[in-house]
Design a protein around this ligand. Structure first.
Ligand SMILES: [Ca+2]
Ligand SMILES: [Ca+2]
Length: 289
């Protein structure tokens, strides 16, 4: 089955910024708004979009995410640009507590597309309770918000007609879930945009935050600053224990750490600012670890 995906409109605005004016105009004329159809590179039938607050630039006119970890060679398996820096071990990064996910998804050195921001952990449930999880994988996030699944990942076909809750976690952000189960569309695609709507947030807890507006629409992103997820309660939370971890890492440069909230490769005051902005935020989404 062929998979299609839509590009967020802000990607075209980003093209303007980069000087590709003619290309951007042609794209806008041909594919008004966000209805561009294009092939996913690996034939996946799952099409998700999500934005990490920390990777965006506050006040920017678009929500493209920075790819500094990638450009500096700090993603797992890459060769660091700085020859004095030891490489981050290859493989997906969620094989440690609290996730303890031992999937063998990996990206070898030099195979990273320059648009990759970082690894996410994506899972699917038939109900809110994490015990109903039916599949999990690490996946790549690109600067345009598209989630790229490993080529060998596929949901069991027995769930093709079962609506599924979609959960996304990240090393330094509050995990999120679709507010309702999502069904495959008429084309057989499991499609969901997290950035255009708030996520699951029962009982006074938070889902995502509004990062700004684009063409009059709110753009949502995952809360940054959840550095220490080992001590989160039943859901996810950002509190003083996260700051303790940041304080221990503050001043470390050129590294791949969960205390790097803005994903630029350095642990410094920029990351603390993101934490302090979200300190006190919690989610009642049960994470199951
Ligand atoms: Ca926390
Ligand atoms: Ca940082």
């Amino acid at each position: 089955m062929t998979t299609v995906y839509e590009k967020p409109t802000w990607q075209y605005i980003a093209l303007f910024k980069k000087g590709y004016l003619l290309v951007a105009i042609l794209l806008l004329i041909c594919f008004a708004n966000k209805n561009t159809q294009a092939q996913l590179p690996n034939g996946s039938t799952i099409e998700l979009y999500v934005v990490l607050e920390g990777a965006t630039t506050p006040g920017a006119s678009n929500f493209a995410m920075r790819t500094d970890l990638n450009a500096r060679g700090l993603l797992p398996g890459q060769t660091p640009i700085n020859p004095l820096v030891p490489p981050t071990p290859p493989g997906q990064p969620y094989n440690i507590p609290p996730w303890n996910y031992n999937g063998n998804e990996t990206m070898i050195t030099d195979a990273w597309a320059p648009t990759v921001v970082d690894w996410l952990l994506v899972s699917f449930r038939t109900d809110v309770d994490p015990s109903t999880e039916v599949a999990k994988t690490a996946a790549f996030l690109t600067d345009g918000a598209l989630v790229i699944f490993p080529a060998n990942f596929a949901l069991d076909a027995s769930y093709d007609n079962t609506p599924l809750y979609i959960v996304i976690e990240h090393r330094s952000h509050i995990g999120i879930m679709s507010p309702t189960p999502v069904s495959r569309n008429a084309g057989g695609i499991l499609h969901y945009d997290f950035y255009s709507q708030d996520s699951f947030h029962p009982g006074g807890g938070s889902g995502q935050k509004v990062l700004g507006t684009f063409l009059g629409n709110d753009i949502y992103g995952m809360f940054a600053g959840n550095f220490n997820q080992l001590v989160d309660g039943l859901g996810y939370d950002i509190n003083a224990t996260d700051k303790v971890l940041w304080s221990a890492d503050n001043g470390i440069y050129d590294n791949y750490l969960p205390t790097d909230a803005n994903l630029d490769g350095n642990i410094d005051g920029q990351d603390k600012i993101l934490w302090s902005r979200n300190n006190g935020i919690f989610s009642n989404l049960p994470h199951g670890y």
